[in-house]
Structures are given as C-alpha cells and as structure tokens.
Design a protein around this ligand. Structure first.
Ligand SMILES: *Cc1c(COP(=O)(O)O)cnc(C)c1O
Length: 353
C-alpha cells in the first residue's frame, strides 16, 4: 500500500478504553436504565426481524424525536451518532478546500472530519483559554470568511454556554453555514431548535448519547429547514441505523419526561461537585482553576494534570486529560463523584501542589 501524506498526518484516535471501576470520562448518563423502559426496549427489540434490512430513513425514530423537539419529522434526520452527521455535513455540503472555522478547545470531531474531507481548517483559540461569546465568533467569521462554522453549545470540554439570543446574533451576521452542536442542550435548556425555520444557514446537532443514556445505541440527529435535511439524507449511508437501535430509541423517546428528571438530578450533582471543587481550588491557589459548567461535566485547569490523571486511573477512576494542562470530569452518581473528589483532593495534597 502506498502511504500518502494525508495518511501520515492523521494520528490514530484512541478513545479511553481503560477498564476503570469509576468511569467519569465520556459525559454519559450514569443512571441505570429505568426498569419499565428497559422492558419496553427489550420487547421492541424482540420484534425486530433481523433478517430484513432496517427502515433506511428511521422514520419512526425521527417522528418520535421531532415530537419531543416540537418540529416536523421532515426537519429531522437520524445518524449513527451525531458523529456520522458531522461527517456528512462537512463532506457533502462543502467542497474540498472550502474553509471551515472551528474553535479551541471544542469537540475534536469537527476538525477530524474536516481533515478527512480535505477542507481548509481554521482553528481559533478561545480568548483566555475558554471565554466564548457571539462577538468573538462574529469577529472570527469576519476575519476568516469561512463557508462553515462549527461549535458546541454548551461547549465540550469547557462547559461554557451562550444564550440563544447570542447565537441568533451570529446567525444574522453571516452567510456561512452554522453547525450548532447541542449535544448537552438538555442541561442548559436554551435550544435554537424552535427557531430552525427562521434560518437558512443553521443546522443543529442533537444526540441520544448524553441525557438519554443511549451512547451505546449510536443515535444522533440533525435538525434544520427541510431543504437542508433533504440534502443530508441524500448523502447518508442507506441503512445507517440498525433495527435494534431504531426500536430501542423509539421506546426510550416515549419516556422523554423520565429523562427530564434525570437531567435535573444530574444538574444538582454537577453543582455539588462544582462547589467541592471550588473548595479544593482555594487550597491550591494558582495551581487549580475550576470552570463553571452548563452541562454534565466540569473543566479544570490543573498543574501536573497528566500525572494527576494517571494517579486517578491507578485508583480505577477514569476522567479525561487534555494535553495542555486541563482535565474534564463527567458527573456520575453521587458516590462516584465523592470517590473522585476525595481522591483528587488527596492526590493534590500528596503531590504538594
Ligand atoms: C458526545 C458528543 C456528541 C455525541 O456524539 P454521538 O456520535 O452522537 O455519540 C456530539 N457532540 C459533542 C460536542 C459531544 O460531546
């Protein structure tokens, strides 16, 4: 095989696969599935008929999700995770060499797929590490004149969020396609989905991997005006969602209200973790900085972050480490958060920070 420059310049993406007892690295919903919902999921799965291909358009799933979101089924397309949709949006709605604007830090998949599709990626560092507002985005768009801009709101990994009014300001000031990733919007509750008809340059991404506790099922959505959704549907792989995941997703979405209660519980737990982290921050001035979060995880700037990450992992507590001195910890169950906080506190003391 001929190894091309393109192949050489892409490093392998290795997700965390450590078998730790406490898993606070991927922002998943930590609650076990409700027993009644589980029964419905299993009974739906049982009826699947796996010798036949699934519905290529995942019509029932899209209908259920559209209902939850208060939009029309024709304004929604389902993907094998929102990851697949990021791939289609960057690969099909743009041409090779087109400029895309992303920010740093943000979700790494935007740059990953843009690279695969040979786009011209401009990655703008957020001012002071994580500050992010409409004016900053507008200024960056004016400076670089991209065809597309992608960002997450609330932001993974910083936990920062901007109000829908601010996002509208961005949309009104640019012709560029704005891909607004609302993977954690259930936790912030200021979605732009109700406004999709107002904007010809807006695509919203949503997922069942976080609030809906269905990361293993791989179901994500794009919501936008019908003419945009029609184009995305053209480019997706024909049978992108399995019958199993379609059946399970429909059963789960019937109980959207139960997930609202979990979101509220996780929001309280995140606040508690934040408060305790702030106390730890006070004990290590200048060494630990904890950022406020509008999602179900917390971003921490920390001296010797890699070492601390590894010590936690040795204690079977898995969080996420970033190369530039930051950590991100997902909100888990109360006892998981406490185990992390106690260990983090002890490690910092022992490290002499
Ligand atoms: C987790 C996450 C997703 C979800 O990806 P799926 O492929 O739907 O599991 C999308 N965007 C962001 C910012 C995320 O953190």
């Amino acid at each position: 095989m001929r190894i091309t420059e393109k192949m050489k310049s892409l490093k392998e993406y290795i997700p965390n696969v450590d078998d730790c007892k406490i898993k606070l690295d991927a922002n998943e919903n930590p609650f076990p599935m409700d027993e009644d919902i589980k029964k419905e999921v299993l009974s739906a799965v049982e009826k699947c008929g796996l010798s036949r291909y699934p519905d290529p358009m995942s019509k029932d799933v899209c209908e259920s999700y559209a209902k939850v979101m208060g939009v029309k089924e024709s304004q929604v397309v389902a993907g094998c995770g929102s990851d697949e949709l990021i791939g289609i949006i960057t690969g099909f709605l743009l041409n090779k060499g087109d400029r895309v604007l992303v920010f740093e830090p943000d979700f790494s998949m935007y740059a990953f797929y843009s690279f695969l599709h040979e786009l011209d990626i401009i990655s703008v560092p957020k001012e002071q590490g994580i500050a992010f507002d409409a004016d900053f985005v507008i200024k960056s768009i004016e400076r670089f004149d991209p065809k597309m801009v992608l960002f997450s709101n609330p932001c993974n990994p910083t936990g920062g969020a901007i109000k829908s009014e601010q996002v509208k300001k961005i949309l009104e000031r640019t012709q560029a396609m704005v891909v607004l990733d609302e993977a954690y919007m259930e936790f912030f509750g200021d979605s732009l989905v109700p406004d999709i008809n107002e904007y010809e340059n807006l695509i919203i991404l949503r997922t069942m991997s976080k609030a809906y506790g269905f990361a293993g099922g791989r179901v994500g959505f794009a919501a936008a005006r019908e003419e945009i959704i029609r184009e995305i549907k053209k480019a997706k792989s024909p049978f992108n969602l399995t019958k199993l995941s379609q059946a399970a997703a429909c059963a789960i979405l019937k109980h959207a209200n139960k997930y609202k209660a979990q979101v509220d519980a996780l929001t309280v737990l995140t606040r508690e973790t934040y408060a305790r982290l702030k106390e730890i921050e006070k004990k290590h001035p200048g060494k630990v900085t904890v950022f406020e979060s509008s999602a179900n995880f917390i971003y921490i700037k920390c001296a010797r972050s890699q070492e601390i990450f590894e010590k936690l992992r040795d204690m079977s507590i898995l969080i996420r480490a970033y190369p530039d001195g930051y950590l991100r910890v997902s909100t888990g169950l109360k006892e998981e958060n406490d185990a992390f906080l106690d260990a983090f506190d002890a490690i910092l003391k022992e490290t002499g920070l």
